[in-house]
Design a protein around this ligand. Structure first.
Ligand SMILES: *[C@@H]1O[C@H](CO)[C@@H](O)[C@H](O)[C@H]1NC(C)=O
Ligand SMILES: *[C@@H]1O[C@H](CO)[C@@H](O)[C@H](O)[C@H]1NC(C)=O
Length: 298
């Protein structure tokens, strides 16, 4: 087994952000890998939103109310089960039933948020994802040249990525997708191949209907991302299955075969492509405020 680095930080408990009653659309977050639903990093984000729109109700989903277990679940667990847990959680929040809400996913959390919308038909207005590898990662986060241990670990995980027990337990393996080894992905992916509707005879029309009903899909890419490989996966771009060259969205099968309902969104100009010219998940307050003004609340 390879080694996972766990980041420990001050842990705080309590499932829901305090909020005032208002008729502004609520916002729901799904945090990224190694983070927790109410970490200090997440709280900084909530504050940036509230500095622009104090009336926003903010919810942050969790797999476990205990923050260290929640963090662990972002690394180890079965994503299909996690999506189901979050669907149940969101369906139990009354405020999210009688009005639409906006859903923000950080990194892998953005794919999982999309999966929840596809599968559970949540009442979502805008889906906003930051550096989320929607068309998978074809490589593991790059190691620095001198980091021998990291390289060994990556090589080991890559050899094992399609094993059933890895697909069912290592979160990052569940969105691994190497277009140069596409057959292995089609055969063995336990999660992404389904939510991306890529199985030739098992296209799920519900997923298409649910994504088509979004008001906006906002895809944010980090210009200097070396964690998500290739970084353009955040824009739902693909790679050529022979050459590995980048394919822009209208030339991908997601568009040409309309696998997911994104063709309609794209044609109606409902997909916004934004860039943050920085490394993975380096999000400044100004950017968060801009997102709040443009896409959140009323
Ligand atoms: C996060 O922690 C803060 C400070 O302890 C608390 O006020 C807030 O309600 C918590 N939010 C969530 C989502 O748990
Ligand atoms: C499509 O997805 C929905 C929602 O997850 C599920 O209820 C349904 O069984 C799926 N249909 C097929 C054909 O797999």
């Amino acid at each position: 087994m390879f080694v996972l680095k766990l980041i420990t930080e001050a842990l705080l408990a309590s499932p829901l952000i305090t909020h005032e009653k208002s008729d502004s659309r609520p916002v729901v977050f799904w945090h990224g890998m190694g983070d927790t639903y109410n970490s200090s990093a997440m709280q900084r984000v909530f504050s940036a939103l509230h500095s622009v729109k104090p009336e926003l109700s903010i919810y942050s989903v969790y797999i476990d109310e205990d923050q260290s277990k929640d963090q662990q679940a972002s690394l180890i667990g079965n994503v299909n089960e996690q999506v189901e847990i979050v669907c149940d959680q969101l369906n139990s929040i009354i405020e999210l039933q009688d009005q639409k809400f906006d859903f923000i996913g950080f990194s892998q959390g953005g794919i999982f948020a999309r999966a929840a919308i596809e599968r559970c038909g949540l009442n979502v207005n805008n889906l906003i994802t930051f550096g989320s590898p929607h068309s998978g990662v074809s490589d593991l986060p790059r190691c620095s040249d001198s980091d021998w241990f990291c390289k060994q670990k990556n090589a080991l995980l890559k050899r094992q990525v399609w094993k059933k027990n890895i697909q069912n337990s290592i979160v990052s393996a569940q969105y691994f997708r190497d277009p140069l080894d596409y057959e292995s992905y089609l055969e063995n992916s336990a999660f992404l191949v389904d939510v991306n509707n890529e199985l030739p005879n098992e296209k799920n029309e519900t997923y298409i209907e649910n994504l088509e009903s979004l008001n906006k899909l906002v895809l944010i890419m980090f210009g200097q991302d070396e964690t998500v490989v290739p970084k353009e996966s955040a824009w739902f771009y693909d790679q050529d299955k022979q050459t590995g060259d980048t394919i822009n969205f209208p030339n991908t099968e997601y568009y040409t075969k309309d696998l997911l309902g994104l063709k309609k969104l794209f044609d109606e100009r409902k997909i916004d492509y934004l860039t943050i010219d920085d490394v993975h998940m380096a999000i400044g307050d100004d950017f968060l405020k801009k997102v709040t003004e443009t896409y959140l609340g009323h």
